[in-house]
Design a protein around this ligand. Structure first.
Ligand SMILES: NC(=O)C1=CN([C@@H]2O[C@H](COP(=O)(O)OP(=O)(O)OC[C@H]3O[C@@H](n4cnc5c(N)ncnc54)[C@H](OP(=O)(O)O)[C@@H]3O)[C@@H](O)[C@H]2O)[C@@H](O)CC1
Ligand SMILES: Nc1ncnc2c1ncn2[C@@H]1O[C@H](COP(=O)(O)OP(=O)(O)O)[C@@H](O)[C@H]1O
Ligand SMILES: [K+]
Length: 494
């Protein structure tokens, strides 16, 4: 995360253009970059499909230029190629004009008829330069392509996909493979973009990593390389009190949620984990968790007494808590105690009528883990997911984990990570409680809040991925040791 030339860096389309320019200034020609890009597309296609008639849809910019290069390579390898261009060849400029000139073969107008008889299609209409929703001939061809369901190799992004947001501008034909250059863009990771791209291949076209040093990159793809060096593995001379004491506040009725959070917290390595619960629910908790201690709360529900234990260094409030004055009080007491805090579920929703009361109370390390519904109760921000999470982190002063298949983790200082390893099996009750516990367990062991949130989200996805179909939330904590063992064994292997 500290190194801007990290392979997990995600570049905005503007940053990618800057990287290209810097490469050109460093003496690598734009013509050579385009040659490498188009050649990579041709080899991805020939590696995946047998030789057959391929239609190549070229746009008026450099994305189209890549299409001309791919066309030449495939034709020279004996593929029947049919190339269609949006607009007039004479209007092409720069590197694209150069490579169009090298294509000494037919150029057809861009119409759906181009697809007749094609076994597969290369979509090189628009990439980083998409500036508005598809319309006219481009929209007709992409609509016909989507309708016919032909296999597609997209160049950089499927045309119509916004590389910065993963949103569709107008329409998109889903691709089987997307070949992109140098680094992924956020739109490759964010939904619906990630699904529309199919398999994503990132290829080296000769842009040196050193060009990244000059770019203010703040968005990364999640992976152990971002946080593993700071992972709090136990040390031989350690004892449990050095591994933190996490306190999960348990609800009166929905007791499963806090138990899930507490178990996950313990599994990820917190030295001690306790649940503080209303006295009336004490026996339910105490009878069902073994390594986790259970404290009965006073009648008033106040945490004052339990918080007099100075060893408690992290609190989790929200799972199964209920949207009530009591939950609100617990969240505010937790924050006022200046310990690290994870607020999830009801501890987020309970502030929906006055979010500012929550934001003003956040002074220390705090992680909010809302799903979309909870997020919208607290933050009135519109726009793409990445921007909303970043804005929310800035306005609240907390690390915001905006959950979903493409969870975004954002810090108030602008650091942002997009997660990509979570399988759809996670869409089942209680998995969010487990996530809250994992993050708290890492913070208990001294991990910085943003690292803990990022690592916790990755471990959660990986645990679910290893378990696979049939996952229940209670299966997740038990998978954590396996994930940790793999991390230890394989270290930074990707
Ligand atoms: N050296 C490099 O930089 C390298 C770049 N590479 C490749 O270049 C790609 C970026 O190229 P790019 O910047 O030329 O943009 P591109 O995506 O081709 O589109 C721009 C054109 O489309 C037009 N247009 C936009 N939206 C439209 C719409 N809805 N409907 C109709 N027209 C629309 C737009 O017109 P305008 O908006 O100006 O009216 C303009 O004419 C990148 O994705 C990668 O594939 C590789 O070769 C590696 C080296
Ligand atoms: N389709 C999906 N693919 C991947 N992960 C998902 C999907 N749906 C939900 N998740 C993940 O599952 C968890 C669900 O959390 P949450 O909605 O709080 O559930 P609960 O309140 O039941 O615990 C989150 O970590 C979320 O990112
Ligand atoms: K494209």
């Amino acid at each position: 995360m500290n190194a801007p030339d990290h392979h997990l860096a995600l570049l905005t389309t503007a940053q990618m253009a800057q990287a290209d320019q810097a490469a050109v200034q460093a003496g690598i020609s734009g013509i050579a970059l385009m040659e490498a890009a188009g050649a990579a597309v041709a080899s991805a296609v020939s590696a995946r499909w047998r030789r057959q008639t391929v239609s190549i849809l070229c746009g008026p910019g450099n994305n189209g230029g890549d299409g001309f290069v791919a066309a030449r390579h495939l034709r020279d390898a004996g593929w029947p190629v049919r190339l269609g261009l949006l607009g007039d060849k004479a209007l092409l400029t720069g590197d694209a004009a150069h490579h169009a000139q090298l294509w000494n073969d037919d150029i057809h107008p861009l119409t759906p008829a181009l697809l007749d008889g094609a076994g597969l299609v290369i979509d090189a209409l628009f990439g980083a330069g998409l500036s508005r929703p598809l319309s006219g001939a481009a929209a007709s061809v992409i609509a016909a392509l989507a309708d016919r369901g032909l296999p597609v190799c997209a160049v950089d992004v499927p045309s119509g996909l916004d590389g910065n947001t993963g949103q569709v501008l107008g329409l998109v034909a889903p691709a089987s493979i997307t070949v992109t250059f140098f680094r992924k863009k956020p739109g490759h990771m964010l939904l619906p973009g990630r699904q529309l791209c199919g398999e994503i291949q990132v290829v080296d076209i000769g842009v040196p990593d050193t060009v990244l040093a000059a770019l203010p990159i703040s968005v990364f793809q999640n992976g152990p390389e971002l946080w593993l060096q700071r992972y709090p593995w136990p040390t031989p001379d350690g004892h449990k009190y050095q591994r933190g004491h996490a306190l999960v506040i348990g609800g009166r009725l929905m007791t499963g949620a806090a138990r899930l959070a507490a178990t996950a917290c313990a599994r990820v390595g917190a030295g001690l984990v306790s649940i503080a619960a209303p006295a009336t629910a004490w026996s339910v908790y105490a009878g069902s968790v073994t390594s986790v201690m259970v404290y009965p709360l006073r009648e008033s529900g106040s945490l004052d007494e339990v918080l007099s234990d100075g060893r408690i260094n992290v609190l989790v409030v929200g799972p199964g808590a209920g949207v009530s004055d009591l939950t609100r009080m617990h969240a505010l007491q937790a924050l006022a105690s200046r310990r690290a805090v994870v607020l999830d579920a009801d501890a987020i929703s309970v502030f929906s009528s006055d979010p500012q009361a929550l934001f003003s109370a956040i002074a220390g390390p705090c992680v909010l883990t809302p799903h979309e519904g909870e997020f919208n109760r607290l933050f009135s921000v519109d726009g793409p997911k990445l921007d909303r999470a970043r804005q929310a982190a800035r306005s609240s002063g907390a690390i915001v984990v905006l959950k979903g298949a493409d969870t975004v983790i954002a810090a108030p200082d602008g650091r942002t990570v997009i997660n990509g390893n979570a399988p759809a099996y996670l869409a089942t009750g209680g998995t969010g409680d487990v996530l809250a516990g994992l993050i708290a367990g890492l913070m208990a062991q001294g991990m910085e809040a943003f690292d803990a949130a990022t690592a916790g989200v990755w471990l959660h996805g990986e645990a679910a991925r290893l378990f696979g179909p049939g996952l229940l939330s209670e299966d997740l904590p038990g998978m954590v040791p396996r994930v940790l063992r793999r991390l230890l064994r394989h270290g930074l292997s990707r």
